[in-house]
Design a protein around this ligand. Structure first.
Ligand code: 5AD
Ligand code: SF4
Length: 450
């Protein structure tokens, strides 16, 4: 009879951006050899990791309230004679490490985004209740070298970090302080990771970076995309997030030439007023952004544009906000994220005069979102009747339904067998909502047997 060691239960809660999703997966990879298996329930877990986001005040507050909840679970486990280790990871850990430990003594360790390969050591120290329990180094290269080669994948799509950090210093943003300076992983390491993903059945990778199109490896991001496009089985490539200033001709050309590169681009502009853009230190104007979008559309006319917007940046007047609406009308976005400006301590904008009243921000955000929602609906409605290739990824909420993504990143629902999962299949779009599309199989036979 063979006995397997009892698994320790690891619960990871992820906040914020896609890079945190990637980092959480990699934390699980680091901890697996130590006997930790991922659970979706924090109650009773041996290790709870909150992988946090610091980008806006609201995101940070959520972490502290969640810590209150987890602390009670830790106390319940202790009553039963058990032990729960609580770790705070991610950008709040980086920015407020010592403060977290002081404010919430139930936290056992704090680990920044470039130091989570040290988790095994930190956990051991936490158990011994001695030694340093705060790791917030900035050496991204050390982390990647120390991470295990193998990644657990449980699907047909995966994130792959290729670049981290930011040197842009937009005046509202904490990222250059929490994620550190721009760092690009070596092309060979990225390619090796992509090949292993493809070997495990992954058909679509999304290349991640805070400034992914600033990727500084040989050939830039365009070179990397072309290289990954040669990997058998890897049929779809996406990347996010990009800065307009780093959108070079080679990358634009790749959009017109590389079949695997999906026609969707997240290219934040943040605002439409040159005065505000300058105060944001964005290094582009509304006009230079619009001309850039024109060039991208000349290379790939059907590209779905996506963006980020901030309303109520210090000094934003009504006319500035109207300029944002005008830019949005001109671009016609397929999807977008929009936020009220959130004052982040330590960033230059936090100290600027002309902070905008909360009610004004609310009102502007509502107007902007109404416009963006209309545009999203229009973009989706325009797909009705078309045949689109969909990569089916998972079961739908309803019995006998599968869900995947169109090339434009829209979720697509269809009645069909589970065997469609992992396949890229042309289907007919029959209906559109703001958030998703519905499709029909092209032939009865396909719906039955593919
Ligand atoms: N306030 C509001 N939104 C912000 N973002 C970044 N910093 C702030 C802030 N201080 C938004 C930007 C960015 C996205 C990830 O979050 O739009 O592109
Ligand atoms: Fe933040 Fe600007 Fe860097 Fe984006 S480019 S991460 S908004 S500083």
């Amino acid at each position: 009879m063979t006995e397997t060691a009892p698994q320790k239960r690891l619960y990871i809660k992820t906040y914020g951006c896609q890079m945190n999703v990637y980092d959480s997966e990699r934390m699980a990879d680091v901890l697996r050899p130590l006997g930790y298996g991922v659970t979706d329930q924090p109650e009773g877990a041996d290790l709870v990791v909150l992988n946090t986001c610091h980008i806006r005040e609201k995101a940070t507050e959520k972490v502290y309230s969640e810590l209150g909840r987890i602390k009670r679970m830790k106390a319940r486990k202790a009553e039963d004679g058990g032990e729960m280790v609580i770790a705070v990871a991610g950008c709040v850990a980086q920015a407020e490490g010592a403060e977290i430990m002081a404010r919430q003594p139930a936290v056992d360790l704090v680990v920044g985004p470039q130091a989570y390969h040290q988790l095994p050591e930190l956990i051991a120290r936490a158990h011994r209740k001695s030694g340093e329990r705060l790791a917030a180094d900035f050496a991204a290269d050390e982390k990647f070298d120390a991470l295990p080669m193998e990644r657990a994948t449980n699907g047909y799509t995966a994130f792959l970090t290729v670049q981290e950090g930011c040197d842009k210093f937009c005046t509202f943003c904490v990222v250059p302080y929490t994620r550190g300076a721009e760092y690009s992983r070596p092309v060979e390491a990225i390619e090796a990771e992509a090949r292993r993903l493809a070997d495990h059945g992954v058909r679509e990778v999304t290349l991640l970076g805070q400034n992914v199109n600033a990727f500084a490896g040989e050939g830039g991001l365009a070179g990397l995309v072309r290289r990954l496009a040669r990997i058998p089985g890897l049929d779809r490539i996406r990347y996010t997030t990009s800065h307009p200033a780093d959108m070079d001709e080679a990358l634009i050309a790749a959009h017109g030439e590389v079949e695997q590169l999906m026609p969707y681009l997240h290219l934040p502009v943040q605002a439409g007023s040159d005065k505000v853009l300058k105060a944001m230190n964005r290094a582009h104007t509304a006009d230079s952004y619009l001309r850039l979008v024109e060039r991208i559309r000349a290379a790939r006319p059907d590209i779905a544009m996506s963006g980020d917007f901030i309303v109520g940046f210090p000094g934003e007047r009504d006319a500035d906000f109207e300029a944002t609406l005008a830019l949005v009308r001109e671009v016609a976005y397929a999807s977008a994220f929009s936020f009220k400006y959130s004052r982040r301590p330590g960033t230059p904008a936090a100290a600027m005069t002309g902070q905008v009243a909360e009610e004004v921000k609310e009102e502007r955000l509502a107007r902007l979102q109404a416009l963006l929602n209309d545009q999203q609906m229009a973009f989706n409605a325009a797909q009705a009747g078309r045949v689109l290739p969909v990569l089916f990824e998972r079961d739908g909420r309803r019995e006998g339904q599968v869900v995947g993504r169109s090339p434009y990143l829209q979720p697509v629902h269809m009645a069909g067998p589970a065997s469609l999962k992992g396949q890229i299949v042309p289907v007919r779009i029959v209906a559109a909502n703001r958030g998703s599309l519905s499709a029909e199989a092209l032939t009865e036979r396909m719906a039955e047997v593919v």
